[in-house]
Design a protein around this ligand. Structure first.
Ligand SMILES: Cc1cc2nc3c(=O)[nH]c(=O)nc-3n(C[C@H](O)[C@H](O)[C@H](O)COP(=O)(O)OP(=O)(O)OC[C@H]3O[C@@H](n4cnc5c(N)ncnc54)[C@H](O)[C@@H]3O)c2cc1C
Length: 414
């Protein structure tokens, strides 16, 4: 009998599943239907990689699973069965787009267009999958098959793939429906919060970051909450009118508690992370001795961009000071503002601006070798709907692809 496969959500995970079913079906007659709530599939996919689609990452296989935080062990079998090299081969040989490798092993299509990636996926599955847009699934019933309820009617399937995303960037269509649908079928939802998100500074700190808006540099960032250091990251940060963004800040955002009120949470920036406090102080004292007539701001500009030097010197009360007469107290203030620069937080990062969702369907209730629900046989849950969030660099799309492979293989083997 012909297998009827329903895919709820035509985002990255749903489209990859349809592609992989086609790729490995070996002529088997299989009916694939994608039910998509929006007017067009893959809206979020078209925004990825700043519109260029960072599709995967060629990082060494031995460290790949570490890029998924607590979910590393869950995702490991999927990555092993269908890893970055398999994704590249699929995209190049079957989807028909050449790829290239950029800094930090990130893989992009040569055409630098996420829209073209989405369109190429659609073109590959046209004829093998039926995509119904403007078709929001509002409920799932289970009788002797799966029944997906929509305003246009009920659709019946033998296997159902739940891939309607998380709660991040809800304007693209992923607004938490996966969780409601899964919960109604008995699944537990690990509380969701923003990951890979920009950080909003409080009013005072935002005045500082706004003045430096557009400037980026490599910094160390420590997150403090309830008087304790929660974590430390080092990497590129970008000053913005509302606070901070850039890869290192976004990667840290998942650690910021969802309710920061009363926790005294703040970020501490080290603007010269390659030099210890005492070494910086020593080097600066040497400079002071050698350049007595030079403004402090200009000496500081030897360590950080000139605009940052000027803003930091102002915070340290040294904007009008010269090397001559620069006291020990002055030096202490300068070290504080350069290597322990405090950015107060206005609020926890919000899902509206987050690239991915932390939390989601509990991994304890999903088989990591097939992505099938342990509660509802025949139901597969993949993509951002799951409690998996990867670091930035192509790892989130790779997770969707690897999970989609497990699903397609399991369905085709039945
Ligand atoms: C700005 C931005 C840039 C990013 N860049 C990258 C990058 O370069 N590399 C990378 O690896 N990751 C990137 N990501 C993350 C990546 O896009 C996501 O991890 C990925 O899209 C998740 O795929 P998904 O299919 O699970 O969810 P989505 O892509 O969100 O797809 C879910 C789909 O389900 C549909 N849907 C929702 N509810 C229903 C319903 N009830 N019925 C029917 N359909 C429904 C939605 O309309 C949507 O089309 C980026 C994310 C953002 C926001």
């Amino acid at each position: 009998m012909k297998k009827r496969v329903g895919i709820i959500g035509g985002g990255a995970a749903g489209l990859f599943t349809a592609c992989l079913i086609k790729r490995f079906s070996n002529g088997e007659d299989i009916e694939v239907t994608i039910l998509e709530k929006s007017s067009a599939p893959g809206k979020k996919l078209t925004l990825t990689g700043h519109g260029r689609c960072n599709i995967t990452n060629r990082k060494d296989a031995s460290v790949l699973k570490d890029c998924y935080h607590e979910a590393g062990n869950f995702i490991y079998p999927a990555l092993k069965e269908f890893g970055p090299e398999d994704t590249i081969e699929l995209i190049e040989k079957h989807i028909g787009l050449k790829t290239k490798e950029e800094a930090n092993n990130r893989i992009f299509p040569v055409c630098d267009s996420a829209v073209r990636v989405r369109d190429a996926l659609l073109s590959y599955i046209s004829g093998s999958a039926n995509i119904l847009c403007d078709t929001k699934v509002t409920g799932i019933r289970i009788n002797d098959c799966f029944e997906a309820e929509t305003a246009k009617g009920t659709y019946s399937f033998d296997y159902l793939v739940l891939s309607c995303g998380g709660s991040s960037f809800p304007k693209t269509g992923s607004s938490g429906d996966s969780y409601r649908l899964a919960q109604n079928l008995g699944h537990t939802i690990v509380p969701v919060r923003a990951a890979l998100a920009p950080v909003n500074a409080d009013k005072d700190s935002a005045a500082f970051t706004k003045a430096l808006s557009g400037v980026s540099l490599t910094a160390g960032i420590s997150l403090y909450s309830e008087g304790k250091k929660v974590c430390y990251r080092e990497g590129e940060i970008l000053f913005a009118p509302f606070g901070l963004t850039g890869p290192a800040v976004m990667e840290m955002s998942r650690e910021i508690p969802s309710d920061i009120s009363g926790k005294g949470a703040y970020l501490e920036l080290d603007l010269i992370p390659s030099v210890k406090d005492e070494d910086f102080d020593r080097e600066f004292q040497d400079l002071i001795k050698e350049h007595a007539d030079t403004k402090i701001t200009n000496l500081l500009a030897r360590f950080v961009p000139a605009s940052v030097a000027s803003a930091v010197a102002e915070r340290a009360g040294a904007e009008d000071l010269y090397a001559q007469g620069f006291t020990r107290e002055n030096r202490r203030a300068l070290i504080r503002e350069t290597k322990h620069l405090r950015i107060g937080l206005e609020s926890a990062p919000v899902l509206e601006g987050a690239y991915v969702t932390r939390g989601g369907v509990s991994l304890k209730e999903v088989d990591r070798k097939t992505c099938m629900s342990k509660i509802v046989p025949g139901l597969y849950i993949i993509g951002e709907a799951l409690d998996i969030d990867g670091i930035s660099g192509g790892f989130n799309l790779q997770a969707c692809m690897s999970e989609a492979y497990l699903v397609s293989k399991d369905i085709l083997n039945r």
